[in-house]
Design a protein around this ligand. Structure first.
Ligand code: DQA
Length: 144
């Protein structure tokens, strides 16, 4: 099975960006963890990072993966376009966040994307992505 991992805007800045919130782990380090975990769970993985909404929408529309693990960054809270793309492709999608969005500012509590996802994992740092991959794998296997 193949998993598409999508990082949204500003996640390329990890390591330098608000380390008190997101820690000092870089996106390259997270991607290494993701690749290692893909091997452990016997999945293929493709990883992309986009700062713009349209590129994320196009990546969702164009993927041949079996499932998507996505950290939509700030788009989580207002991108109806990304929500509609997830709904359109009907691929099992797991929304992940490094920080616990429910424990932060009120505007981060709402995700417009989570309702069309299989579920949301929030607050476990880089491990959120790995838990998201496990969830994606189990959903795909259950559907087979
Ligand atoms: C985030 C949480 C979002 O609210 C924020 O805009 C991000 C990162 C997270 O992973 O914790 O860019 O998605």
């Amino acid at each position: 099975m193949k998993i598409l991992v999508l990082h949204g805007p500003n996640l390329n800045m990890l390591g330098k960006r608000e380390p008190d919130v997101y820690g000092v782990v870089t996106i390259e380090e997270i991607n290494q963890m993701i690749r290692g975990h893909a091997e452990d769970i016997d999945a293929d993985v493709e990883i992309e990072q986009f700062n713009s909404e349209g590129e994320i929408v196009s990546a969702i529309q164009g993927t041949h993966a079996d499932a998507i693990v996505m950290n939509p960054g700030a788009y989580t809270h207002y991108s109806i376009a990304i929500r509609d793309a997830v709904a359109a492709v009907k691929l099992p999608t797991v929304e992940v966040h490094l920080s616990n969005i429910h424990a932060r500012e009120e505007f981060r509590h709402k995700s417009v994307i989570a309702p069309v996802c299989a579920g949301q994992i929030s607050g476990f740092g880089a491990v959120s992505y790995l838990l998201g991959m496990d969830a994606a794998k189990s959903i795909v296997e259950q559907a087979r």
